[in-house]
Design a protein around this ligand. Structure first.
Ligand code: PHE
Length: 481
């Protein structure tokens, strides 16, 4: 029995169309004419919903379709353009060559293979001789049949020799198609479909008409189309992985500001006011705002000034420290955190964006992410630092680390970190680290404490983990990554 309430809008439209027919010779052509998807209607018919309303009979018919090789021809059979011109009486080789261009030899080869043509050399004026004009005629027919198949037309019996040839060349394949002829029974013709609402609209709800309407029940088990929804990028996935590792190691996440004062980026980190890293070649200075207020702790500013002047000599100026910049590292967040801690212990990390005035190439961009970390406590040493970093990189699958002494104004000792990359069989620099100096810790109020700290490159890790070669692939618009 047909459950009228369960019919979809499309099915109702189709029944409505059938009610106006007695017989249907080809369901396929009916669907094509009326704009129904044949496969959908076919499924409806085979579901048995129309049993007792429609009788149908299955037919199979052979059809033809272009193969990939056939599609590649872009509508022209090799051989046809030359055959066509020869049929029109053209024989001049130079002229034919000029007209067909580089395709001449391909065309000639095709006809020559069937011994239809030959080249005759007269005195400098070569001609193309026709040996078998029947082949030329065959090419004309083959081209016509080929075009008809490309256009999806039904072919008559006269096409058979061309079809055979096209199939041998691998330009077409035969397919068997199922079709149905229908007889519409009186039960359907007299069926009253009624007014069933298949799509609930906001108007129906607002006007209250839904109360009177017969509504098609929702089928919550119906299959819905597969939607290609968004996914986190590789970089975001990496950030999440790294965040989990540090959280599992008992670290808390900290964050800071992209726009910072030079004070938190350099001065609080014991970086002299004439340090080369502060120059515009390396650091982005802001035009608006040009300056930012110094911290709301005059004693801090005073202690920073003292330690700079005592160690580097000269005049430490608030003007230089107030300049607004895009932070060049996330150690700004660490400095702010140390100042907040005032000697309390803790373990913190951040994964944030930093900015440097770099020349952009396959491994450098003017902005990237740093994985910052700091441990504040007692009895921390270079061993502790190497232990934390080794443990962290091992969780990501980098088993082999090397540390190399380096220099930072704010750490002593300082260690560059290298990880072994099996694919390129070499060690790649992945970060920088060290133990903060007294000259930095003391003004921030952590003078009694020991620290280990690091700043690691996120993009480097992501490139190594996912085998990405160009940094721009990692963050660019290419969604295959
Ligand atoms: N700030 C350093 C950099 O950007 C990294 C670092 C952080 C080094 C903490 C030592 C301690 O390279």
């Amino acid at each position: 029995m047909l459950d009228l309430l369960q019919l979809t809008g499309k099915q109702r439209q189709f029944i409505d169309l059938l009610q106006r027919q007695q017989t249907v010779a080809s369901l396929r052509s009916l669907c094509a004419q009326a704009g129904f998807d044949f496969n959908f209607i076919n499924g409806f018919l085979l579901s048995g919903a129309l049993n007792g309303y429609v009788q149908w009979q299955e037919h199979t018919q052979q059809t033809w379709a272009l193969t990939a090789k056939g599609e590649d021809l872009a509508g022209v059979l090799p051989g046809f353009p030359l055959a066509d011109r020869l049929l029109q009486g053209q024989r001049d080789r130079a002229l034919l060559q000029a007209e067909l261009g580089p395709a001449f030899s391909l065309n000639y080869g095709a006809l020559r293979r069937e011994q239809a043509v030959d080249l005759l050399d007269g005195d400098g004026e070569g001609t193309v001789a026709v040996l078998k004009s029947s082949v030329l005629g065959a090419y004309q027919q083959r081209q016509g049949v080929f075009e008809a198949i490309a256009a999806g037309q039904v072919l008559g019996a006269s096409a058979s020799s061309s079809l055979e040839w096209l199939q041998q060349q691998g330009y077409i394949v035969s397919r068997v198609e199922t079709d149905y002829s229908l007889t519409v029974l009186p039960a359907l013709q007299t069926l009253d479909l009624g007014d069933v609402v298949t799509t609930l609209t906001s108007e129906l709800i607002l006007s209250g008409q839904w109360r009177q309407a017969d509504l098609k029940p929702y089928d919550i088990h119906a299959e819905v189309p597969n939607v290609a929804y968004g996914r986190p990028t590789i970089l975001t996935q990496c950030i999440q992985r790294i965040r989990d590792i540090f959280l599992n190691m008992g670290f808390d996440e900290m964050s800071g500001y992209m726009v910072e004062s030079a004070f938190w980026n350099f001065d609080a980190l014991f970086t002299p006011q004439d340090h080369p890293a502060r120059e515009v070649q390396d650091t982005f200075y802001l035009a608006n705002p040009q300056t930012l207020p110094l911290p709301d702790d005059p004693a801090l500013v005073q202690r920073v000034k003292q330690v700079h002047e005592a160690n580097y000599g000269g005049q430490w100026t608030e003007d230089e420290a107030s300049r607004a910049i895009l932070r060049a590292h996330t150690t700004t967040s660490t400095a702010r955190r140390l100042h907040q801690l005032q000697g309390k212990d803790g373990k913190y990390f951040s994964i944030d964006r930093v900015f440097r005035n770099e020349t952009v190439d396959r491994t450098h961009l003017a902005e990237f992410h740093q994985i910052e970390g700091v441990v504040v406590g007692e009895l921390l040493s270079v061993r502790t630092l190497m232990g934390y970093l080794t443990y962290f990189y091992e969780r990501l699958g980098f088993k082999d680390l090397k540390f190399k002494p380096t220099y930072n104004p704010y750490t002593e000792p300082s260690l560059e970190v290298f990880a072994y990359h099996p694919l390129s069989d070499r060690y790649i620099e992945v970060g920088n680290s060290g133990l903060f100096r007294q000259e930095m810790l003391e003004p921030l109020g952590c003078g009694e404490k020991a620290t280990v700290a690091w700043g690691l490159g996120l993009e480097r890790i992501a490139m190594l983990l996912y085998g990405v070669e160009k940094l721009s692939d990692l963050i660019g618009p290419d969604i295959r990554f």
